[in-house]
Each structure stands twice: as structure tokens, then as C-alpha cells.
Design a protein around this ligand. Structure first.
Ligand code: C5P
Length: 220
């Protein structure tokens, strides 16, 4: 696309899960197909933005026409976002693992016959959204986070927006009966300074296009 309302703008989009190794063959991860993140990257690209797409091991393929950076862990994702800056727009759609295993083994752990399972010690991962939101001069003009909630969606997401320091939060209900996880549709509430706006249930591609449109209007 030549031109477009986001021509000359750089957007960083994180997507997919992160994998946090337990040993060389095992890991801890969040559930995430990467479908919503990919759709957002495509929609921003289609409005003319240059997009850096930082993705964990997702089940959907990355889009064409964007710079793809493949990572595995939260720390690699944070470093990849850091390397991609400066950016005008950051959309953090990844399902980042909150914790990593402190005592990850460098060889495959084996049952030792004692019947005692290994104890996993955990360390908190860097919060990429909170970190990018609080960058000084390097902070993108618009930082958008996601909130996957199972209850009290608006209240929790509003508190999350304040805590993380991002401009917008796109909140969705991921309770098991919502069908959002791994599905084609999403029902989101967008939380900004001006308040919460509930969007009707629509395909993830439509959520992405509307979000990209509103991002481009906010940057005009
Ligand atoms: O705290 P919670 O994981 O619910 O926040 C979700 C939002 O924060 C998402 O936008 C996600 O991409 C981002 N996040 C992050 N780094 C983390 C945890 C979450 O960027 N370590």
C-alpha cells in the first residue's frame, strides 16, 4: 500500500504466547493462537504503517509485508521490542508468561525413581507493556495493551490500564463459555481516558481493522 493514513509511522506489535523453558524439552506457556495479534499487524500494515511484528511461538503464521521477529521467552520479547524502538505505536497483544522457571535445567530432567516430582522455582518476568508505557523519550506516542479477563472485565481492565500506564486497554472476556480463546470472534471493551466503550461481537479481523482505524485517527 502506497500512502495510507499511517504512512511514515512505525508500529510494534507483540503477539502469541511466550515459552518459558523448564528444561530443553519442556516449557510453561499461556494459551494464545496469535490470531488477534496477527490481524492487528495486518490492519496497521494496510493503513500504511511500517510494522515490526514480535511473535512468540504462535500457531498462526506471521503476516506478509511486516518485519517478523521470532522469539521464545518474555525476556527475548522485551529485548526484541527494545531493539525495534523508536516507534509511534505499540500494540502489546502477546500473552506473555508472568513467570519463568528460575532453576531451568540445561539437560532433560528424568524421573529418579523416588516418586518425588522436581520443585520448580519461579521468577517474575519483565512486564513489557508496563516497561514500554513508562519509557521517557523513547515512549511510543500511543501504547495499547490487552486484558484477558474472566470476570469484572471493565473494572479489572480499568485498574490494569492505570497500573500499566498504557493509553488504551482492549479488554476481552476469555471465560471458557465466551469462545474467544482460539476462536474466530472477539467481543472487546476498549478503555481509554474518555471511558469504556463496548464493541459488538465481531470477527477478529474486524476488531483489528476498527482498532487500527481508531489508532490512526488518534494520531492525526
Ligand atoms: O497483566 P496481564 O498479563 O493481564 O496484562 C496483559 C497485557 O500486558 C497485555 O497487553 C500483554 O501483552 C501485556 N504483558 C506484557 N508483559 C508481561 C505481561 C503482560 O507486555 N510480562
Amino acid at each position: 500500500v502506497q500512502g495510507g493514513p499511517l504512512a511514515g509511522r512505525h508500529a510494534v506489535v507483540t503477539s502469541g504466547p511466550t515459552h518459558e523453558p523448564i528444561d530443553p524439552v519442556r516449557y510453561i506457556a499461556n494459551r494464545s493462537s496469535g490470531a488477534q495479534g496477527r490481524a492487528i499487524a495486518e490492519a496497521l500494515r494496510d493503513l500504511g504503517a511500517r510494522v515490526t511484528f514480535v511473535t512468540g511461538p504462535a500457531s498462526v503464521a506471521p503476516p506478509d509485508g511486516v518485519k517478523v521477529v521470532q522469539v521464545e521467552t518474555a525476556r527475548e520479547m522485551r529485548d526484541a521490542v527494545d531493539s525495534a524502538l523508536p516507534a509511534d505505536i505499540a500494540v502489546m497483544a502477546a500473552a506473555v508468561a508472568d513467570w519463568r522457571v528460575t532453576n531451568a535445567a540445561d539437560h532433560k530432567m528424568k524421573k529418579d525413581g523416588s516418586g518425588q516430582p522436581p520443585a520448580l522455582e519461579m521468577t517474575e518476568n519483565p512486564d513489557i507493556l508496563a516497561w514500554v508505557s513508562r519509557l521517557g523519550l523513547k515512549r511510543p506516542e500511543l501504547v495499547v495493551g490487552f486484558a484477558a479477563e474472566t470476570d469484572d472485565v471493565v473494572e479489572n481492565a480499568t485498574a490494569k490500564r492505570r497500573r500499566k500506564g498504557c493509553d488504551w486497554i482492549v479488554a476481552n472476556d476469555v471465560s471458557p463459555d465466551s469462545g474467544v480463546m482460539g476462536g474466530q470472534h472477539n467481543a472487546v471493551t476498549v478503555i481509554r481516558d474518555s471511558g469504556a466503550q463496548m464493541w459488538p461481537r465481531m470477527p477478529k479481523g474486524d476488531v483489528a481493522r476498527r482498532l487500527a482505524q481508531e489508532i490512526s485517527e488518534a494520531l492525526q
